[in-house]
Design a protein around this ligand. Structure first.
Ligand code: GLC
Length: 527
């Protein structure tokens, strides 16, 4: 498999650092904590960790409001502790990806403090400042993704500044070449330290309309949806000039060899794949989030896989995401039995999978009482289901310890102790054992990593497809329904099933009876 880059062969694991492992008893995860869990990740069988922001931050949006791009927040540790973590990860064969947050800084970043200090400050144009409209109100109708106007009035200098998210997260002006150079220096700072790549936050939002035109109303808006859905984001997202920025980020990474550029992009597939760049010179992997809100049935998923596969430009490498820190967990979306089926899907589709911490033990969304809410998105627009605390609850390491071993202090969000890594570790029927088996199979079967994907078909509730590489042919069947069903296959060995009861009857002849909610991988041909 040597002609592929490591990030094409590998599996990425997302860590939300507040919630992975606390080492100092303050109830919030940190870098030394993560370091002590690297052996676990190596044994799980993933290849890289992406760590959500660890930079100095007032934590208005839990680190997505960066006050210094080239350091570590004391809450998480020190730059030296980051280097130690990365050194140990590399020894264990794990690559380390950071979260790069270029769209906006914190309002406490020195750049913004200078920018807002006066209209003629040299950094004034590093952010998006506009005069009021003729009625004295905001310059246009743009809305914040966290609710309310996206424009914040600044009394001292008599102008508004734009913030796509919280008012504590002013958007940088990416049309300004100085901003681009400063951000390029940030990438180089971390690349020089040996970081293996970046997940770029809200990549599709970096550039806004040069004329600041009003966004048109969204005719499909329904009351109860987040407020910014009232408008189509015509002038605030996916502007043509963004691709030039992606290209230059990618060019910088290429100077450092095999480093990966991943983009967070929530767009329909036709627009998403443009982020690969016209000549394959854009992002290595624009995140493919389709599974996050897919309707969970075989027909839907089959056509999604086909549509994605045929939309991909030549040479573009696919990828799939099942969960992240902004969306309900898969086990809560589809139920725990189907979360096992989803694991087989994620790890047998063509392309790089990204796992979200805790999904490998089937963690579900936490129940958050009203007085425990932490997420600013929920606090600003209560009750519309935008709260992200449920999917951010701490990792469950050991159910026999207080707070499941996450912290010896008071955890920042409640910890569910009903299941844990320790409970599942020696249980062959656990979700964790399933993930480990799948990750072992990926390493040992080139068809799963670099094979084609073919014959994607839905038969009722069953989705089947094949992965082929040279003479290796794997047949995957996923029962997304709650009844047993017969499925045609060729004769061969069952390499894996989500049902432990199938162990011991490993060969099938021409057909297989799938139990309700069972998924299998069958080897065919010269396996
Ligand atoms: C991204 C992050 C999200 C954050 C937002 C603003 O969508 O994933 O957590 O709130 O950007 O930075």
């Amino acid at each position: 498999m040597s002609e592929l880059a490591w990030w094409q062969r590998g599996v990425i694991y997302q860590i939300y650092p507040r919630s992975f492992q606390d080492s100092n008893g303050d109830g919030i995860g940190d870098l030394p904590g993560i370091r002590t869990r690297l052996e676990y990740l190596a044994a799980l069988g993933v290849d890289a960790v992406w760590i959500s922001p660890i930079y100095p931050s007032p934590m208005a949006d839990f680190g997505y409001d960066v006050a210094d791009y080239c350091n570590v927040d004391p809450m998480f540790g020190t730059l030296d502790e980051f280097k130690q973590l990365m050194g140990r990860a590399h020894q264990l064969g794990l690559n380390v990806l950071l979260d790069f947050v270029p769209n906006h800084s914190s309002d406490r970043h020195p750049w913004f403090e200078e920018s807002r200090s006066s209209r003629d400050n040299p950094r004034r144009d590093w952010y998006l400042w506009r005069d009021p409209a003729s009625d004295g109100g905001p310059p246009n109708n743009w809305l914040s993704r966290m609710g309310g106007s996206a424009w914040e009035w600044d009394e001292r200098t008599g102008q508004y500044y734009y913030h796509a998210f919280l008012r504590e997260q002013p958007d940088l002006n990416w049309r300004n070449p100085q901003v681009r150079r400063a951000m390029d220096d940030v990438l180089r700072f971390w690349l020089d330290l040996g970081v293996d790549g970046f997940r770029v936050d809200v990549l599709w939002l970096l550039i806004k309309d040069a004329l600041f035109r009003d966004n048109p109303p969204n005719p499909a808006y329904r009351p109860g949806e987040p407020e910014h859905h009232r408008l189509l984001q015509r002038y605030t997202e996916d502007q043509p000039e963004v691709h030039d920025i992606v290209r230059s980020m990618r060019a910088t990474l290429r100077e450092y060899g095999e480093r990966v550029l991943i983009g967070e992009i929530y767009l329909p597939v036709a627009q998403l794949v443009k982020y690969y760049g016209a000549g394959g010179d854009g992002a290595d992997m624009p995140f493919n989030f389709q599974l996050l809100n897919a309707r969970w049935n075989a027909r839907e998923i089959a056509s999604m896989i086909q549509a994605y596969d045929s939309a991909l430009p030549e040479h573009a490498w696919p990828n799939w995401v099942l969960g992240n820190h902004d969306n309900p967990r898969v086990a809560s979306r589809v139920g725990i039995a189907q979360a096992r089926v989803a694991a087989v899907l994620l790890l047998t589709l063509r392309g790089t999978p990204t796992l979200y911490y805790g999904d490998e033990i089937g963690m579900t969304d936490g129940a958050i009482a009203l007085d425990e809410i932490q997420d600013p998105a929920e606090l600003r627009q209560p009750g519309i289901g935008q709260g992200r605390d449920p999917e951010r609850t701490p990792m469950q390491w050991d159910g026999s310890l207080p707070h499941a071993g996450f912290t010896r202090g008071r955890p920042w969000l409640p910890v569910d102790t009903t299941t844990s890594v320790r409970d599942q570790d020696n249980d062959v029927s656990s979700v964790l054992s399933l993930y480990k088996s799948l990750l072992v199979l990926r390493r040992s079967h080139a068809a799963l990593v670099q094979g084609t994907i073919e014959n994607i078909v839905a038969h009722g509730d069953v989705l089947t497809y094949e992965r082929r590489y040279r003479n290796q042919r794997l047949f995957i069947a996923l029962n997304m329904g709650d009844e047993g069903v017969d499925v045609q296959t060729q004769s061969g060995a069952v390499l894996l099933s989500t049902m432990t009861s199938r162990r011991g009857q490993a060969v099938v002849q021409g057909a297989i009876h799938l139990a309700a909610e069972e998924a299998v991988i069958v080897a065919r041909g010269n396996e």
